[in-house]
Design a protein around this ligand. Sequence first.
Ligand SMILES: Nc1ncnc2c1ncn2[C@@H]1O[C@H](COP(=O)(O)OP(=O)(O)OP(=O)(O)O)[C@@H](O)[C@H]1O
Ligand code: NI
Length: 357
Amino acid sequence: MSSSEPLLSVNDLHVQFDTDGGVVRAVDGVSFDVDRGETVCVVGESGSGKTVSCEAITKIIDIPPGRVSGEVLFDGENLVEANQKRLEKVRGGRIGHIFQNPQGALNPVYTVGTQIIEAVQLHRDVKKRVARERAIELLDRVGIPEAASRVDDYPHEFSGGMRQRVVIAMALAAEPDLLIADEPTTALDVTIQAQILRLLRDLQEEFNMGIVFITHDLGVVAEIADRVVVMYAGKVMERGDVYELFEDPAHPYTQALLECLPGRGDATEAIGGSLPDPTDPPDGCRFNPRCQYAIEECRVGDQVPPIGVDGPDDDHCASCIYYRDGFDASTVRGQANTMADTEEVRSDGGRPGGDAE
Ligand SMILES: Nc1ncnc2c1ncn2[C@@H]1O[C@H](COP(=O)(O)OP(=O)(O)OP(=O)(O)O)[C@@H](O)[C@H]1O
Ligand code: NI
């Protein structure tokens, strides 16, 4: 594999669930890449398909009722086609996962040491004594004080923040090339959250890991992302470098999301309306019923595929018809300036994300 290939390349990924209420199209043609040493943040409102997209990478999805199609190239191997045995080897091996709730990741009846040792031995043929040394090293590395004695403690003997560090140590036990972190700091208080983010960044540098980081906190995105994928109703609305995306959000949905930034308000409230029914999404752009710029062309056919914002070769892409030839992108792009003005007003005491009537 040439090193210029991305570490992970997700192409036209689909995940559907057969339910009594119909077919839920949780992930509906999602594409994005992750390079080594890079952090890609996946953002979007609750229910937009962030978790399912990332679970589909190593297929930790119940099949049935789920169905996965498309392509997930990990170091050149299509994991969508991989068998169960192969996937089990990849999970917790070259691809580590950290979930929102650290409780679920740790077994309460075993010491954290036992669990990390097991994770180490699963992927490395080493004696228990060596694996135990490695477990202590890892606990120390993630910032657990007195790791040599804490290794024999049970999960409940750790605070929430310390437990999440243990989970990170476990995810790192096999020195993964890719770490998938699904809202790993949401349950933690702000100070601990900042420490964990710093820790992940340090570890990333040390191991040259690619990280997929799911969050709906744009403050976190600004802090850790190199690139951002904005999801809405199972589709990618916008993708790009974090700086460009914050400075010059191209899709009206991203613009609306960013308007919630200063107060970190609930996007669903601030934007008005709600996510479409996942069993019966609207035609055209999934966001059109809530979009102030929506025209007739936005309400028909399928979501337009990502279009380079500043020309066909631009990595900054938006799935918005206004970026098509023959449409006037300035109609939607003017919004960025208006937003800067709004934010100035807000910092003078306005109510960010307040109820719009
Ligand atoms: N096992 C399942 N069966 C049916 N529908 C499911 C299943 N798992 C997820 N879904 C649906 O898929 C859609 C996407 O869910 P997902 O958990 O990926 O959203 P999310 O963006 O991660 O949201 P949150 O921010 O709340 O974590 C939702 O409509 C959800 O109800
Ligand atoms: Ni989620």
